[in-house]
Design a protein around this ligand. Structure first.
Ligand code: CAO
Length: 532
């Protein structure tokens, strides 16, 4: 048994390549050529393979570390003490002299006054003599490229690699196509080279490619990109450009399915993923890392009829989702004894008819809420945009949810605290009528401080309404029911109104909500209190 320190091999002169993944753990048994870590430079990501089989006894790097050639990665316990390629090497800076280039034909001596010349670019040393496939051409004829810009992507069984332009210039022709098999020295593109520093006469184009090196043309960093691990998935196949794009959009490659050969993730796959995430975010779900609801072909299970959503429905959906995702909701319930209110309302029936007004429980609820909002100003407030202040409103405008054929609308009754029950009864009827006839103006639906959603005329024992942000609370009203209530000596039948108060817990605490509900209950139980 012997201990070997494995170090970063020649990574094409890349400096400060970042460790984006440590693929092994202490105790792991690694095979020869098994990936240990993934490094990423500006241009490429590359898996560093084990140059020796053995068991990992210590890991000397972590994600985020910046490494150069020669940096120690980990210590391996190997079966044999024999020296190997993985013998510890002294830490060394990247080679000072430029790497010999294999990317271009030998340069001719530039001619005086030569401003541009055509130069052929060849496949450089790709670390293998085997043929590899051209899987992506990243430039087009006429493109101007800077030195180091990627020209195309090659892929072998083990890795994909971008071939960078060895100098700046314009692409004058492309000599390979996607799917072609190439190897070191194969011509790939011809470039017009600005400045003639790397001038080569056209005649050279006729000569067969020579894989020999040319020290006068520095090789830009060329590093293989592993097809294997990204994140913790071992089966993710993607080139550096794709990985870079994914990083820019914050896309986890593990969540993208690849449409390329062998499931390779292409740029288009990332673009499609981002597009569909945005689309889902605008409609149902899927944005912001929230798992998308699966798409189901409902027609597979029976007959279906697809109808477009109304504009109001779409707006409501967006508003509801925005509130639901932004507001930490709490809903608090209570049953309020409105027997006396109902008795009073019955007594007012004749007068209501004379006034041509329908006096439902809603105006009483509005009035009671206005009083409770005045006394509990936090529920009449909004969180300021900076998230650090509360905006206390000195007015009490209450929105009222109205069910219409076009969808849910919430017209706002202004200064509810200053209006009489008759005024409120007339105004709710008038607003509901206008809402149902689509006669509301945008201004009629703005400025609310609080909302009431009453399903009392429809039914149900309770529901949890969604806060109409930036308001901070909403009251849900369900259908009253006669219930036996213990009065101290016996059970008496009482008309109990189920209420549900949802509030934004960033602004309203449970105690605030409790005080509001308790006051609302006593106001509705004894409406004389509304006068106090
Ligand atoms: N319990 C029992 N009965 C109730 C009641 C309650 N909580 N609230 C109202 N009623 C009765 C009314 O008294 C009326 O009875 P009569 O016809 O015998 O007088 C009947 O139910 C119908 O009332 P209404 O619905 O016409 O009037 P309203 O003032 O209660 O409500 C309005 C007006 C506009 C709110 C209502 O028409 C409406 O659109 N409701 C739906 C609201 C909605 O869609 N909410 C969903 C929001 S999702 O968050």
């Amino acid at each position: 048994m012997a201990k070997q320190t494995l170090t970063v091999p020649d990574i094409g002169g890349a400096e400060d390549a970042e460790v984006i993944e440590v693929s092994v753990a202490v105790g792991d048994r690694v095979d020869l050529e098994q990936g240990l870590i993934v490094l990423e430079s500006d241009k490429a990501s590359m898996e560093i393979p084990a140059e020796q089989a053995g068991t990992v006894v210590e890991i000397l790097v972590k994600e985020g570390d910046a490494l150069i050639e020669g940096a120690a990665i980990l210590v391996l316990e190997t079966e044999s003490a024999a020296p190997s390629k993985a013998e510890p090497e002294p830490l060394a800076p990247p080679p000072a002299a430029p790497e010999p280039a294999a990317t271009a034909e030998p340069a001719q001596v530039p001619q005086a006054g030569d401003k541009t010349a055509r130069q052929q670019v060849l496949v450089p040393d790709i670390g293998t003599d085997e043929v590899v496939e051209v899987i992506e051409i990243m430039v087009a004829v006429g493109d101007s490229v800077a030195e180091g810009d990627s020209l195309l992507v090659l892929e072998s069984d083990k890795a994909s690699m971008e071939i960078p332009a060895p100098f700046a210039g314009e692409i004058s022709s492309i000599t390979v196509g996607e799917g072609d098999q190439v190897s070191q020295g194969s011509p790939i593109v011809v470039m017009h080279v600005a400045g003639a520093v790397h001038a080569v006469v056209d005649a050279i184009l006729a000569s067969p490619p020579k894989p020999e090196v040319n020290a006068e043309v520095p090789t830009p960093a060329l590093t293989p990109t592993t097809l294997a691990p990204a994140g913790n998935g071992r089966d993710i196949y993607a080139g550096p450009a794709v990985r870079k794009l994914a990083r820019e959009f914050g896309v986890q490659l593990a969540t993208v399915s690849g449409s390329g050969p062998k499931g390779r993730i292409l740029k288009e796959d990332i673009q499609d993923y981002v597009k569909s995430s945005l689309r889902d975010g605008a409609t149902a779900s899927g944005a912001g890392g929230i798992p998308a609801i699966p798409t189901v072909d409902f027609a597979k299970f029976g007959e279906i009829d697809i109808q477009p959503l109304s504009k109001v429905d779409k707006l409501t959906a967006a508003n509801m989702q925005r509130s639901w995702l932004n507001v930490p909701h709490v809903t608090q319930f209570d049953d309020v004894d409105i027997s006396d209110l109902e008795e009073f309302r019955a007594q007012m029936k004749a007068e209501a008819e004379r006034r041509a007004v329908k006096l439902t429980p809603l105006p009483f609820l509005l009035k009671a809420c206005a009083v409770a909002l005045r006394d509990n100003p936090k529920l009449n407030a909004s969180l300021a945009a900076d998230g650090e202040h509360l905006v206390y409103k000195q007015y009490v405008h209450i929105g009222m949810a109205v069910d219409t054929p076009a969808g849910l609308m919430v017209p706002v009754l202004r200064d509810v605290d200053r209006k009489s029950l008759w005024d409120l009864a007339a105004e709710t009827a008038e607003l509901a009528e206008r809402a149902k006839n689509r006669k509301l103006k945008p201004a009629d639906m703005q400025g609310g401080c609080f909302s009431i959603s009453s399903l009392g005329g429809i039914g149900g024992t309770g529901f949890t309404p969604i806060v109409n942000a930036p308001e901070v609370a909403i009251l849900g009203v369900s259908k009253l029911a006669v219930k036996p209530v213990w009065n101290g000596s016996e059970f008496a039948p009482r008309k109990m109104l189920p209420l549900a108060l949802s509030y934004d817990h960033r602004v309203v605490n449970g105690a605030d909500g409790g005080r509001f509900m308790s006051q609302l209950g006593s106001l509705l139980a004894d409406i004389r209190r509304l006068l106090l």
